[in-house]
Ligand binder design. Structure first.
Ligand code: FPP
Length: 229
């Protein structure tokens, strides 16, 4: 049986969920927050150590300004309102991505929640914000070049991994994408090298712990050889 330490999810389908119900796209994102809470607390109670969620990509800035403004407002509300969820459920919060691009108040809120939950240990929830895997790898390479005092015999794989935003976090075991699209969308490309992939047509607001539990059952029985026999 495979063990699941690190689960990653591409949360897709909020817009379509809203459209199907004759609502504004923003209502889909709002509903998506409930799913984030349900899935995160379920993972904390079910001994998953790391949960990575793709909340805002480096490419999402290309969306209409009103949607970006709404997502930023929702993110601020989320960081404030969900503080209790993190504390009550022993969940550590960690943001990955190029956070520098955010406004000072938002950066401060992210930092505060990271500090307030730093000692929690049931689950680390990793929220990808202004995240792109190519951007993350490029930033890691820049850090390595700027810090040019490495031992020349150093293991390059380890050096790159140690300069990624996910430093110290094990690679992804299982990646799920909701919403029916079959692509990776620049999410954790380094860390998913040997992840098992699962695509479900369920739209993110409709995704439940029950469906997640069934996907994990399937994952546990898959043969993972990591390139060997
Ligand atoms: C994809 O839906 C989802 C996103 C762009 C971001 C995910 C955001 C949330 C779950 C809500 C905000 C979360 C936090 C933690 C603040 P889509 O708009 O691409 O859906 P579509 O493909 O149906 O249009």
């Amino acid at each position: 049986m495979n063990t699941l330490k690190h689960l990653a999810i591409i949360m897709d389908g909020n817009g379509r969920w809203a459209k199907q119900k004759g609502k504004m796209r923003s209502q889909g994102h709002k509903q998506g927050i409930h799913t984030v809470r349900n899935i995160t607390t379920w993972c904390a109670k079910n001994h998953i150590s790391y949960l990575s969620l793709y909340a805002f990509s480096t490419e999402n800035w290309n969306r209409p300004k009103n949607e970006i403004d709404f997502l930023m407002k929702l993110l601020k509300q989320y960081l404030q309102k969900e503080r209790k969820t993190y504390l009550d459920n022993d969940i550590k919060f960690l943001a990955i991505g190029n956070i520098e691009a955010f406004s000072n108040p938002l950066k401060q809120m992210i930092q505060n929640l990271q500090e307030d939950t730093a000692k929690n240990s049931a689950l680390t929830q990793i929220l990808a914000l202004n995240y792109g895997a190519k951007d993350e790898i490029a930033r890691a390479c820049k850090k390595i070049i700027q810090n040019d005092n490495h031992d020349k015999n150093i293991n390059m794989n380890e050096l790159i991994a140690a300069n990624l935003d996910t430093k110290g976090i094990p690679d992804v075991d299982l990646l799920i994408r909701t919403g029916g699209e079959m692509r990776l969308s620049n999410f954790l490309l380094w860390q998913i090298s040997y992840a098992e992939l699962f695509f479900t047509p369920t739209l993110w607001p409709d995704f439940t712990p029950d469906e997640l539990s069934n996907i994990i059952k399937d994952f546990k029985t898959r043969s993972r050889t990591f390139g060997s026999l």
